[in-house]
Design a protein around this ligand. Sequence first.
Ligand SMILES: Cc1cc2nc3c(=O)[nH]c(=O)nc-3n(C[C@H](O)[C@H](O)[C@H](O)COP(=O)(O)OP(=O)(O)OC[C@H]3O[C@@H](n4cnc5c(N)ncnc54)[C@H](O)[C@@H]3O)c2cc1C
Length: 506
Amino acid sequence: MTTAQISADPVTRIVIIGGGTAGWMAASVLSKALAGRVSIQLIESDAIGTVGVGEATIPQIRLINHYLGLDENAFLKHCKGTFKLGVQFNNWGRIGDSYMHAFGDLGLPLGPLSFPHYWLRAQQEGVGGDLWNYSLNYQTAMQGRFSRLEKVGTSHLGGIKYAFHFDAGLYARYLRAGCEKRGVSRTEGRIVKTNLRGTDGFIESVTLESGATIAGDLFVDCSGFRGLLIEQALKTGYEDWSHWLPCNRAVTVASEPTGPMRPYTQATARQSGWQWRIPLQHRVGNGHVYSAAHISDDEAAHQLLQNLESPALSDPKTLRFKTGRRQQAWNRNCVALGLAAGFMEPLESTSIHLIQSGISRLVSLFPDRHFDPSLIDHYNRQTQFEYERVRDFLILHFKATQRRDTAFWQTCANMDIPHSLQEKIDLFSTTGRIIREGEELFTEMGWIQVFTGQHIKAQRHHPLADNITQSQLTEFLGNIEKLITHTVPSLPRHADFITHNCRAAA
Ligand SMILES: Cc1cc2nc3c(=O)[nH]c(=O)nc-3n(C[C@H](O)[C@H](O)[C@H](O)COP(=O)(O)OP(=O)(O)OC[C@H]3O[C@@H](n4cnc5c(N)ncnc54)[C@H](O)[C@@H]3O)c2cc1C
């Protein structure tokens, strides 16, 4: 096929189904990337509504906000957001434990090796401090401080790496305003029928309850768990991972804001699941994620309400889900994003990121109306790889537990795990190495924090970490620790930083 033929057959009509976080993120990026070359229509139903959760993010969200030209302070004001430096995990390895998966670096690389190799050697020789003594993010989080610090003084130590907590409904509204300025048209109404082309089963159009029919070349299914197009119409199939990630329900409730405003998410393990706490400016988001095989809905809601730090603002709401992924996130002329593409529980706040990376993959593999199968294959392979690696990281939190106090934790400790995860655990346990494959999301810094926080120890360390003497090693570690200890108290309190820069109107 020649270039002339390709450009003669471009996609000119994109239809996005759904106006949750996924729908409006997709509309935002596509309307910017394809600037005026396509018509974009988004259909959503106020009567159906959105899932109404999804308030914690990871630092990559800043990339999409930057691409869209969003001013960070204005965005936080609008979405009543706060800053997030990591996730604190309580009671996971053992009851009484607390550790953090802090964003950003640990220490500094030295010569050919990253910092964790030197820290592992120091641990084995009984010198040096706790892993998190070398995390600027962790120390800043624990003191309830925040600043946009690019680097630490004149040192080589990297600055603070952050993400946000925000009100998901307000974020969608904020994105919608930008989309409408770029010409995205929104249709309110319930889709009752998906019309397929007889010859090849591609989607031609959708029909609304009003009788209106909306046709398109490319359909982006952001319809949430129901997967209106990708599953109900195209019967794509779903790979179920609930034998590895046993939680399948969540009960959620907002509560009154509490002080001090923590710059991190909390994930506290409970008897049959875990509870999140996400501080926003105007409320705290709370949820109890649990396995329905191990606890009733009423008991789960009771445990959630008992463990709130402040009065609830509404009645709790229960959500059901099945962990897994759509077998093909892109099928024919339909790309599924968000909950329509799959769902893994929110333990590491990865769903919004998976939406974002799906959109950027779609932009880089953007088709013409021939929908070349090799583009679709690439998209699906990359998506599968990304989902499976995130899945493995999440399973680690459940598997690496010494808790045996309830049937739920016994099940987690005894379950079989994917080979890819077992390999990672074995490699680290025996050699102290963590190898990041391809573009997998979580880095060595993330894995070592969860390994260490949940008591998986390395028996050996990298031989090149022995290239310095023990006194050089102690000095190296001590200098980093000092730098962090001196830096953190000079940073503003998180709440003060918000008041001065991005406080939402009352
Ligand atoms: C318990 C829980 C906690 C979570 N926490 C986090 C978190 O902390 N961080 C994170 O990154 N992610 C989190 N997520 C995931 C996050 O909520 C979602 O990824 C995100 O909200 C995107 O949802 P969505 O847009 O795909 O679907 P939805 O919000 O469900 O939106 C679906 C849209 O489709 C429309 N629609 C559906 N059917 C029709 C129809 N027939 N006609 C017309 N319109 C229709 C609806 O009206 C709606 O607009 C969490 C999810 C759950 C379940």
